[in-house]
Design a binder for this molecule. Sequence first.
Ligand code: FVH
Length: 289
Amino acid sequence: MTTRTTFLGLGAMGSALAAAALDAGRPSVVWNRTPGRAGALGERGATIAKTVDEAITGDGLIILCLLDHQSVHAVIDPVAASLTGRTVINLTTTTPNQARELAAWATEHSITYLDGTIMAVPEMIGRPDAVIFYSGAEAAFEENRELLDLWGQSDYFGTDRGMASLRDMAMLVGMYTMFAGFLHGAAMVGAEGVSAAEFARRQTPFLAAMTGQLAGLAATVDAEDYAGADQQSLEFTEAALASLVTASLEAGVHVDVLRPVHDIVRRQIAAGYGRQGTARIFEELRKSR
Ligand code: FVH
């Protein structure tokens, strides 16, 4: 293989992606805004470019892994003319509309654009549990599968450039609210002298088991059938949440995480759905569409 792959952005994730490519024998050129972050990649055989212009010389694939949407524009806008006819895969986290905006920008400059979102931390890159979502130019996805599959499982979601990011953002909502819920619980037990470490040991398998409920909730939502007798009712859930709020306040723990969930359930009950399933939370949330 002679064509070089260019990596722009050598933070924790960009470095992990480039390292995996180098370890697989792919000639790579790397660039980072702040010099000095490419040393380890140089030792693995990377060519270290001093400027973006130098990094994108040639006709190889260009991988972007930068902080955010603004930093992507800061890096690629000045070299737009040199990117014409090239393929860019952007693995920077953006919102769906930011991904679509970047794709439109790419089209304006005759650049092939594939958007990607990484569902993994840097240490996972190259392992089978690392998953990367892609959307955008299908040919770019197929032609570069050998490289993409080095990083983990590659899932393609069609030509709408926003669809990988949409899934990423939605999955991160689950992750961040889970983290906040865990920390709320840790604060409750912490108020009585139980360590967060002990709590984590108990919470981890419990949450893992509870993820088994997600498919059932999804089936209810997709069928829009909240009246099934086997569903946990909103009234039952409201009583449970009321106890959690009380216990939290008694432990001196803020209910800023919990209160909105309780309020959502109460609004659905006030609307007359108390005997229906708790998955109706979905209906309350999508009201703001
Ligand atoms: N790290 C993680 O766990 C995750 C997991 C899932 C997805 N992400 C996303 O990947 C993108 C990069 O993340 P990262 O971990 O590599 O981030 P940093 O280590 O903070 O590196 C950021 C790089 O971006 C460069 N940069 C920032 N602003 C600019 C700019 N205006 N112009 C040029 N480059 C810029 C920064 O350069 P420097 O500060 O070293 O000069 C780093 O190379 C990100 O979207 C995550 O959400 C990671």
